[in-house]
Design a protein around this ligand. Structure first.
Ligand code: CP
Ligand code: NVA
Length: 312
């Protein structure tokens, strides 16, 4: 893989990235983390600018992009859609063309996947998906980095996602796991299974990488898991489903009993955060020594820096 081929690339989801390219980003992420812990100072984004568009709230993603870009000498500009013309007075295409004339790259967090894809198609600069209703690709890279730190290699390891099986985080985990050879079982009520279309889409990559991708409504499917992962029951923008989700997902709470069903004393717990403690995860599990959620949060910054280093 020639790293020069990544210059100018966008990340709207992982579908058009090869396993070799994703592995390269992972290596770069581990290197960036070591350099950061050594307090090495680089100015690799000096003279560059990043437009950061947010339709939805964020702590980790915003702070990861802003600090990763700023500490390398770049100038990040936070653009809340409360304040800019996008979606109100101006089309996405026109906003894309204007930002493309002024910035080096764009980060977008919001509702429609189409928006980030139009920005990528029309701006002429790299565009990074910081979460849409459909995908959360930068999260998935931090997640596999965290698994590598815990286990060394991803191949042969099994992650079980327990909860809302059709959300943005799960879709991105399905794609990255299938590409990198990580086994992933999604455990959720039938009504919240991942769509067949995404399962069909990842099946081919899984055959090539050797990843076993499975879906089950049975909590016993967590047996043997190396990692149990969960996310909120109600994603941003889905607040009207709160009642139904609580009813459907109550039996799927990740608590000590669920962790014990893995029958693996070395199992780790992961969550993209923010967490609703006492809902999708019990306080004792998220606060336990097996919880890797703070490493995961920190790794958002190193992986996002790696993505920008590779593409800018
Ligand atoms: N995990 C994550 O994306 O967190 P934020 O919503 O705080 O960015
Ligand atoms: N699925 C969650 C992830 C938050 C980081 C949401 O979309 O709200």
């Amino acid at each position: 893989m020639n790293p020069a081929t990544l210059k100018g690339r966008s990340l709207v989801n992982w579908k058009d990235w090869t396993p070799e390219e994703i592995r390269y980003l992972l290596e770069l992420s581990h290197t960036a983390k070591k350099a950061s812990h050594n307090r090495d100072v680089h100015q690799r984004f000096l003279g560059k600018t990043l437009a950061m568009i947010f339709e939805k709230r964020s702590t980790r993603t915003r702070c990861a992009f802003e600090t990763a870009f700023g500490e390398e000498g770049g100038h990040p500009v936070f653009l809340s859609t409360q304040d800019i013309q996008l979606g109100a007075k101006e089309s996405i295409e026109d906003t894309a063309r204007v930002l493309g004339r002024m910035f080096s790259a764009i980060e977008f967090r919001g509702y429609n996947q189409d928006t980030v894809e139009i920005l990528a198609a029309k701006s002429g600069i790299p565009v990074y998906n910081g979460l849409t209703d459909d995908y959360h690709p930068t999260q998935a890279l931090a997640d596999v980095m965290t698994l590598e730190e815990a286990f060394g290699k991803l191949e042969g390891r099994t992650m079980c996602f327990v909860g809302d099986g059709r959300n943005n985080v799960v879709r991105s985990l399905l794609i990255i796991s299938a590409k990198l050879g990580l086994n992933l079982t999604v455990v959720s009520p039938k009504k919240l299974f991942p769509e067949q279309a995404i399962l069909d889409e990842v099946a081919g990559w899984a055959v090539q990488s050797g990843a076993k991708i499975a879906v089950s409504e049975d909590l016993d499917a967590v047996k043997g898991a190396d990692c149990v992962y969960t996310d909120v029951w109600v994603s941003m923008g889905e607040e009207s489903y709160s009642e139904e989700r609580r009813r459907l997902l109550f039996p799927y709470q990740v608590n000590a009993a669920l962790m014990a069903r893995t029958e693996n004393p070395a199992v780790i717990f992961m969550h993209c955060l923010p967490a609703v403690k006492g809902q999708e995860v019990s306080i004792d599990v998220i606060e336990s020594p097996s919880s890797r959620v703070w490493d995961q949060a920190e790794n958002r910054k190193h992986t996002i820096k790696a993505i920008m280093l590779a593409t800018l």
